[in-house]
Design a protein around this ligand. Structure first.
Ligand code: SF4
Ligand code: SF4
Length: 475
């Protein structure tokens, strides 16, 4: 496989040609494989730490319970979602819509201010690629030069052993991660049960698992950076979301140019040379195969590897760090340091408000959902004792984890409620349905259609008040 850097050498002369094609494609449209140099440095260490924490959270998520409920469960088949132990039903769909709308606004504002920080630090693609698969690759095949050498050499014993063992580990990781995802969909207990029963009992689940594991393995063993550079819609949006004030991983061309190789004893400032010594270390470490010195590019996932690489070079040649750093294009052009500007503060305040609104909606969500409808096609009945009755249909959703005895009471006007059959016993996270009559003395009805108020009591406590209509005879 051709290495992307070999091709770079040829393209370097034509300054803007990098914008016309993908860095990972040659002139014939063939994929150029990237062998990124292993990044080292302060930001890489922080990113590794973040990825370990996120991986631990992801793997342990299905095992964690709150009040007997999973921390997170996305049971699509049963249309039941559990987030931080709270059960969400289809009736809570409006929360989902508000949540999604809030998230879209959040993502847009966040990106306008902070660029692709999400991609470099939190995105699952980066976490799995750089935090898991790439680490296995470095461990088995060594750093980029060894990997290139191994790739070029014939299929001898060493190459077969290294390449095969790497792929086996990739498959095993994919199996574990996909089982974890499955546990988020069906619950950890059911997932273990399905595993114990074997493929014979769960043909559909097993087939889905094979397909998903194959896709996951394919993404991280072959597709890799192509997900970020050509497929991810968020990446494609950067062109319209970023502006000159957005924070990106930026090369300080004011300071770095004119770039040239380092010559011993040369006074670079005196001869008008910049701090970039054209060592290409920032290019060698880039997992998407680009040269950050060409400016902000869609392919840059803000992984910070080039910052660390350049900082170590600056250290070695005795220049201040930060030739490549987090900065806005305006910071670089105006030679101003990074500052939390008024615009950032305003956008951040909006982000906090949005999060607050969403959190409040989740916290204030009612634990019960009651629907009371007059039975269609029936007007009213007049009983022998003179009471006027209307028949109603009741549906209740219990979103709590506690089974409850439910009773209804007419709050306004005075009257009685008589269930047809048994009263409702709501199971934990259960749905209860029934029918009941409301009986009211005709003297208390002022109109043909009166507003009545029904109290829903769970375990003796009023949990909801429902307004509905009651039909009676004309006055
Ligand atoms: S690592 Fe720094 S000095 Fe070396 S080429 Fe990149 S920007 Fe220039
Ligand atoms: S240019 Fe730098 S930050 Fe962007 S992807 Fe490449 S190494 Fe990562």
């Amino acid at each position: 496989m051709a290495d992307v850097r070999d091709v770079y050498e040829e393209q370097e002369a034509a300054t803007e040609t990098f914008r016309d094609h993908l860095a990972t494609m040659d002139n014939d449209g063939k994929r150029l494989w990237i062998f990124p140099k292993k990044p080292k440095g302060k930001l890489t260490n922080y990113r590794s730490l973040v990825s370990y924490v996120l991986l631990i959270v992801l793997i342990s998520g299905p095992f964690l319970k709150i009040s007997g409920q999973p921390l997170l469960l996305f049971d699509i088949l049963q249309r039941r979602f559990i987030i931080f132990g709270q059960v969400f039903w289809p009736q809570d769909f409006f929360l989902f819509v508000i949540g999604m709308s809030t998230s879209v606004v959040f993502i847009i504002l966040f990106t306008v201010v902070f660029g692709r920080i999400f991609c470099g630090w939190i995105c699952p693609q980066t976490i799995f690629m750089e935090g898991v698969f790439r680490k296995v690759e470095y461990w088995i095949e060594g750093d980029y030069m060894s990997q290139k050498k191994l790739d070029k050499q014939p299929w001898n014993r060493e190459k077969i052993v290294k390449k095969t063992s790497k792929q086996i580990i990739f498959v095993l990781i994919s199996v574990v991660i996909m089982h974890t995802f499955m546990a988020y969909l069906v619950g950890i207990e059911k997932m273990w049960k399905m595993v114990a029963e074997g493929p014979g009992e769960n043909a559909v689940g097993f087939s889905a698992m094979i397909v998903l594991t194959g896709l996951f393995y394919g993404v991280f063993s072959r597709l890799r950076e192509q997900v970020c550079t050509t497929i991810c819609p968020y990446g494609r949006l950067q062109g319209v979301l970023l502006d000159r004030q957005s924070i990106v991983v930026a090369y300080d061309k004011e300071r770095g140019e004119n770039r040239s190789k380092l010559r011993k004893g040369e006074d670079r400032e005196a001869v008008g040379k910049g701090d970039c010594i054209d060592c290409n270390q920032c290019v060698y470490v880039c997992p998407t195969g680009i040269d950050i010195r060409n400016g902000t590019q869609l392919e840059c996932v803000n992984c910070t590897a080039c910052i660390d690489a350049c900082d170590s070079i600056m250290d070695r040649i005795g220049k201040p760090k930060g030739l490549v750093r987090y900065a806005s294009e305006q910071n670089v052009a105006d030679k101003t340091p990074f500052a939390f500007t008024g615009r950032m503060k305003a956008y951040s305040a909006v982000l906090v408000i949005l999060l607050g609104v969403l959190t409040s909606l989740l916290i204030l969500r009612s634990d019960f959902e009651t629907t009371i409808l007059r039975t269609p096609g029936i007007l009213f009945q007049e009983r022998e004792d003179g009471m006027i009755t209307n028949l109603y249909q009741l549906k209740m959703v219990n979103k709590t984890n506690i089974a409850m005895d439910i009773y209804l009471k007419l709050l306004e006007p005075k009257g009685t409620i008589e269930f047809v059959g048994n009263e409702i016993q709501l199971e934990e996270q259960g749905i209860g349905e029934g029918a009941f009559f409301v009986a009211i003395k005709p003297g208390l009805l002022e109109k043909m259609s009166s507003e009545i108020s029904i109290g829903v009591f769970a375990e003796g406590t009023l949990v909801e008040t429902v307004q509905t209509k009651f039909l009676g005879p004309a006055k």
